[in-house]
Design a binder for this molecule. Structure first.
Ligand SMILES: Cc1cc2nc3c(=O)[nH]c(=O)nc-3n(C[C@H](O)[C@H](O)[C@H](O)COP(=O)(O)OP(=O)(O)OC[C@H]3O[C@@H](n4cnc5c(N)ncnc54)[C@H](O)[C@@H]3O)c2cc1C
Length: 322
């Protein structure tokens, strides 16, 4: 019987583990992939928008070469944190089912079964993409995650979206030898939320014609050698070799519903929780990290959700004392 099981070995699940360890709780972190699995799957050349100090957890300083760390520096940092704190974590183990009763939670994974008095879900949102739901989306030339530019060298690539991931990918593809980079953008401008030091770069590349941007455009079909989209009321076709649909991500709502969580009626569809304790609508089940924003995936980051760990563990200490 554990005091606490934490699902998700991202930065915030780790922060919860460290706080639980410091409070003397019997805890376990369950992670379905690698340590900080989402960060591992970010683009290889990615740089965080946060400065290194804002990504720190467990009181361990994060030293990076420049003020904003790279993905590989972050991976190195979180590995170090895990080793230093000797966190109890099971990697490559996926949560399958949670049943709650007065006695606590019965937790089933693809490897084992556990009992725990309390449960934290820190499962993030990066595993599920917002699909395009158009013909051709299943073709092998379509990807929803961008890793590195090499496979796109010499190809005509369409990037769907206009937020940070899409803009970073379009700029890198243009600079690393894609034959042609087109952006298919539903809105009438590049998202105002794009990093303030990157936005002018992409706007200038579009204005000079290095990157072709179709604003107020919506992709309607993907074929082997071309794509079709609606552009300002007209149907257009362009030759194409690869599509990067970088249209955002969403938490695993199905899993959360199966566990019995309730959600806000707002467009964000965020799971309901108490902002002081982070307890969800299921008693003794807490939420931590970016999962708390629901579809509003730009609300929570590592830097502003690290505090969830101390809020939750502080509350557990109060309850366990009482
Ligand atoms: C490209 C990009 C750049 C970003 N840059 C920054 C930045 O500069 N600064 C900042 O503060 N934030 C940034 N963010 C946001 C933040 O880094 C991430 O969202 C961060 O990973 C959130 O941490 P988390 O622990 O809440 O969730 P995650 O890191 O997503 O961790 C969730 C973990 O849960 C695991 N999991 C999911 N389902 C299961 C299951 N059923 N069983 C077991 N394990 C499961 C996943 O494998 C994953 O490892 C960025 C996000 C993106 C996409």
């Amino acid at each position: 019987m554990y005091d606490l099981i934490i699902v998700g070995g991202g930065p915030i699940g780790m922060a919860c583990g460290i706080a639980a360890q410091e409070a003397g709780l019997k805890y376990l972190i369950i992670e379905k992939g690698y340590l900080v699995n989402s960060l591992y799957h970010y683009p290889h050349s990615m740089t965080f928008f946060s400065t290194a100090d804002k990504l720190e957890i467990g009181g361990i300083p994060f030293i990076s070469q420049n003020s904003k760390p790279t993905r590989s520096e972050a991976l190195e940092y979180y590995r170090r944190v895990c080793m230093k704190h000797q966190l109890h974590i099971h990697l490559q183990e996926r949560l399958i089912d949670v049943q709650s009763s007065e006695a606590g939670f019965s937790i089933t994974t693809d490897k084992d079964a556990y009992q725990s008095q309390y449960l934290i879900l820190a499962t993030g949102f990066y595993d599920l993409v917002n699909p395009l739901n158009i013909p051709g989306e299943e073709l092998p030339k379509v990807a929803h995650y961008y890793k590195d530019p090499h496979p796109y060298f010499g190809l005509r690539v369409a990037v769907v979206g206009a937020a940070n991931s899409a803009v970073d990918a379009a700029l890198e593809l243009y600079r690393k030898g894609a034959k042609e980079v087109s952006m298919i953008i539903r809105e009438s401008e590049i998202s105002p939320r794009v990093k303030y030091w990157v936005r002018p770069d992409v706007i200038n590349r579009i204005e000079e014609g290095s990157i072709k941007a179709y604003f107020e455009a919506e992709l309607s079909a993907i074929h082997d050698d071309h794509i079709v989209f609606e552009h300002q009321g007209q149907s257009k076709e362009i030759a194409n070799d690869a599509v990067l649909a970088l249209t955002g991500y969403r938490p695993d709502f199905k899993m959360l519903e199966n566990i019995g969580l309730e959600f806000s009626e707002e467009a964000s569809h965020k799971p309901l929780y108490d902002e002081d304790t982070m307890e969800s609508s299921v008693s003794n089940l807490f939420l931590a990290g970016v999962i708390c924003g629901g579809l509003e995936t730009n609300k929570w980051f590592i830097e502003n959700s690290r505090v969830h760990a101390d809020k939750i563990i502080g509350e557990l200490k109060r309850r366990m004392k009482g």
